[in-house]
Design a protein around this ligand. Structure first.
Ligand code: PA5
Length: 424
């Protein structure tokens, strides 16, 4: 079992209110908190539909066997978790490394040029599609699906589409479910009691992961083991320490939490985290604004503000003990670039020095830092991070007094957009 840990020393907090965090966790476990009809993700790692899980694996295998192209259509909670897993456990350059079908995420915005590019890239290739939408009515994925469905029907005929179009949606409601039943597409269920941003361990995330060659048995096993750990009302529970520390920093006037992560393969984990925390906590004019910073790329840009700008920031540095890959700096006799001081060192070692230096500089500059460390990128640590951040987020929301499972604010822009587009 991997062992995520948290270090709160750099946060400069004398005490944190673990009793309040435990009370919030109690509300979550007992189902007595706000939004308690959306806490199915808590028991999910133990209690998921095993028959459907086998179908997810079989569909993933089919897609991998064709080995050409897989288009994944979805937005927000129906998109970010799967992409986070694939970029972390496979590669942000997955399509250039020959490992199963090329994967294309689309329907996560409104760009005609993105759609046109992906259509062009998949033309002539064996294509499978997974359209993911719980409501089945979200404009961005629905539009993309209409376009790709048209392409698929012209290419494979209605019969061929039945094998190649996979739908992940509500078990009974919504336009996508109606359409899938009418056309005879295979469907996977997003349970009623699990909201989009908590759905990565349902078929929403698992089917794209399986198609990318990620071992989803390992993911679910680790999710189960770690969920038990993060649900303990225990002073050492890192999820409680994280929630109580960020609450203390928010109460002390911090307004923004920066999720600082190590390199490109974690970029979508940060995007997933931003959605989880932003959409769960940002209510009733409360909550830390979730921002992110890539170490060290963004330190050459945002670094100035973090070090020296307005002091409303706190930071959570997220890293691994090792990336699990050894890349050593070679020695050069003439040392023309002056880098022999790092010759023989591994990238992990250089990163560690950078992370330590960054943390010290930011603390000295008045930015309190938490540090969250996982073993190495693998199925187990991915699952561990998912259930850690989900549990800590729900506890944080309850500590703040908001419902961490709704998103009333998101409806506002949609109302305006639909009115302008003439939707009845
Ligand atoms: O967390 C959420 O609920 C949202 O981000 C949704 O996942 C997102 O809006 C997509 O919704 P849907 O799956 O209904 O298309």
């Amino acid at each position: 079992m991997t062992m995520l840990r948290i270090d709160r020393e750099g946060a400069g907090l004398k005490t944190i209110d673990l009793a309040a965090a435990k009370a919030a966790l109690g509300e979550l476990k007992n189902g007595t908190g706000k939004g308690n009809d959306f806490i199915g993700w808590v028991k999910l790692p133990k209690d998921y539909d095993k028959e459907e899980f086998a179908r997810v694996k079989a569909a993933g295998k089919r897609v991998r066997e064709k080995d050409e192209a897989f288009v994944i259509i979805g937005i927000g909670g129906s998109y970010l978790g799967a992409r986070a897993a694939i970029e972390l456990l496979k590669s942000p350059r997955h399509n250039e490394v020959k490992d199963g079908p090329a994967l294309y995420f689309i329907g996560n915005g409104i760009s005609g040029s993105d759609i046109a590019q992906v259509l062009e890239l998949v033309k002539g290739k064996e294509l499978y599609i997974n359209v993911i939408s719980k409501s089945g009515t979200t404009l961005e994925p629905a539009l993309a699906f209409r376009i790709f469905k048209d392409y698929m029907e012209k290419t494979y005929g209605k019969e061929g589409c039945r094998e190649r179009i996979l739908c992940t949606t509500d078990k009974a409601r919504g336009a996508l479910k109606g359409l899938a039943d009418k056309e005879g597409y295979e469907c996977f269920v997003i349970p009623d009691d699990i909201g989009g941003r908590y759905s990565v361990l349902t078929p929403v995330g698992l089917l794209p992961m399986a198609a990318a060659g990620i071992d989803i048995d390992r993911v679910m096993k680790a999710a189960d083991e770690n969920m038990d750990r993060f649900l303990k009302e225990d002073d050492e529970n890192p999820a409680l320490i994280y929630a109580a520390s960020r609450y203390a920093l928010y109460s002390a006037g911090k307004k923004v939490e920066i999720f600082s992560y190590p390199g490109e393969s974690m970029r979508f984990m940060a995007e997933w985290w931003k959605q989880l925390y932003g959409e769960s906590e940002g209510k009733e004019h409360k909550g830390l604004f979730p921002a992110s910073c890539e170490i060290t790329a963004d330190l050459q840009s945002l670094g100035q503000y973090i070090q020296d700008g307005e002091r409303m920031l706190m930071e959570t540095i997220v890293r691994f003990d090792t990336e699990g890959v050894e890349v050593k700096v070679p020695f050069e006799a003439d040392n023309a670039d002056g880098l022999n001081y790092v010759a023989g060192k591994d990238y992990d070692e250089i990163f560690m020095a950078a992370a330590k230096g960054i943390k010290k500089a930011h603390i000295d500059g008045g930015v309190p830092c938490l540090e969250i460390v996982a073993d190495r990128p693998c199925e187990e640590s991915f699952a561990e991070m998912v259930v850690f951040y989900e549990t800590a987020c729900a506890v944080s929301g309850y500590m703040l007094g908001v419902n961490p499972f709704n998103q009333p604010g998101v409806e506002e822009y949609k109302k305006n957009m639909f009115a302008l587009l003439g939707k009845k």
